[in-house]
Design a protein around this ligand. Structure first.
Ligand code: FES
Length: 312
């Protein structure tokens, strides 16, 4: 079906929020909370985007499009679109459905993983269900989303952790699980490391609960599969990074005080300057331009092809 681009808003680094109107009918088909649509991008590639609005609104569908440096042009071409143009989209599909359970529901999201969770919050609110939602993000990504996604509607249920360390995120998750131990259904969406942490804490604290997850972007094929080396230009040292360790670990072990936070590629605390070499980006922090320029990298998750020179 055709969708008319009603508006496009710039949201944080490398992100745009699209509001779509029905292009060849009076209304969009109904969709369930957690659903996504296939979008035929101008580059000719089909991409999936979670619907991040109110499922009861049949006149507007909202999607958040983040530029992906590793894409083959899909998200790039989406960012080249303007209001008034049309897109070909598929019907809503749902692989991340809410359980039909009258009890309390617990939602976790991180970074762009907020998108399907927003529609779940709308759905639970419409059903009058009790829920608690914990979101983790970098402030620069979250603050611009608050108004456009109408998150003030969920003030009573939503708890936001900004710029937290990985330990602080883990503490928040565990506390939420303890406080909401009676929840039978838990939902999580975010980067792979975040999802793994949620799953581990759920298994430990509420093993009887059902965890439903959706990862907002594919995990790197095997982020720890490459060993590589780094030359530190200021310190005049060359260090090897093994297959199963991070650059951040190696720098710390060798006495370099690199700041860090989430250690999952979400917060941006560990971004360092690259002077040369090919970075294999695995983070969710840098925008497409920054990745293309190959001058910055997240030491906690990103790796390299061969040897890098760093401004350390
Ligand atoms: S420590 Fe958060 S992105 Fe690396």
């Amino acid at each position: 079906m055709k969708a008319l681009i009603r508006s496009i808003r710039d949201i944080g680094p490398g992100m745009k929020l699209f509001a779509l109107s029905p292009g060849d009918s009076n209304s969009f088909p109904a969709y369930e909370p957690g659903a996504h649509i296939d979008v035929l991008t101008p580059a000719g590639l089909v991409r999936q985007y979670s619907l991040c609005g109110d499922p009861c609104d049949r006149q507007v569908q909202s999607i958040l499009v983040k530029r992906q440096a590793t894409s083959r042009g899909g998200s790039d071409s989406m960012h080249s679109l303007a209001s008034g143009q049309t897109l070909e989209i598929g019907p809503p599909r749902n692989c991340f459905a809410l359980a039909n359970d009258p009890g309390q529901h617990l939602l976790f999201s991180a970074g762009v993983g907020i998108t399907p969770i927003v529609s779940m919050a709308h759905g639970l609110t419409a059903l009058g269900r009790d829920f608690s939602w914990h979101h983790f993000a970098h402030a620069q990504d979250f603050v611009p989303l608050h108004g456009p996604l109408s998150l003030d509607k969920f003030d009573a249920a939503l708890s936001v952790g900004l710029n937290l360390s990985r330990d602080q995120i883990a503490t928040s998750i565990k506390r939420a699980l303890v406080v909401n131990a009676a929840c039978r259904f838990i939902y999580a969406c975010g980067p792979s490391g975040f999802m793994a942490d949620v799953a581990a804490h759920v298994a430990q604290i509420v093993p009887g609960a059902t965890l439903r997850t959706e990862q907002f972007s594919p995990a790197p094929a095997d982020p720890a599969s490459h060993s590589f080396s780094v030359h530190l230009a200021k310190s005049n040292m060359t260090l090897d990074v093994g297959q199963r360790e991070s650059l951040l670990d190696v720098l710390r072990r060798n006495g370099l005080a690199v700041p860090s936070g989430c250690e999952q590629g979400v917060c941006g605390a560990c971004v360092i300057e690259v002077l040369g070499g090919i970075v294999l980006h695995n983070d969710d922090v840098l925008c497409d331009e920054e990745r293309k320029h190959q001058r910055l990298m997240c030491a906690c998750v990103s790796r390299a092809e061969g040897r890098l020179t760093l401004n350390l």
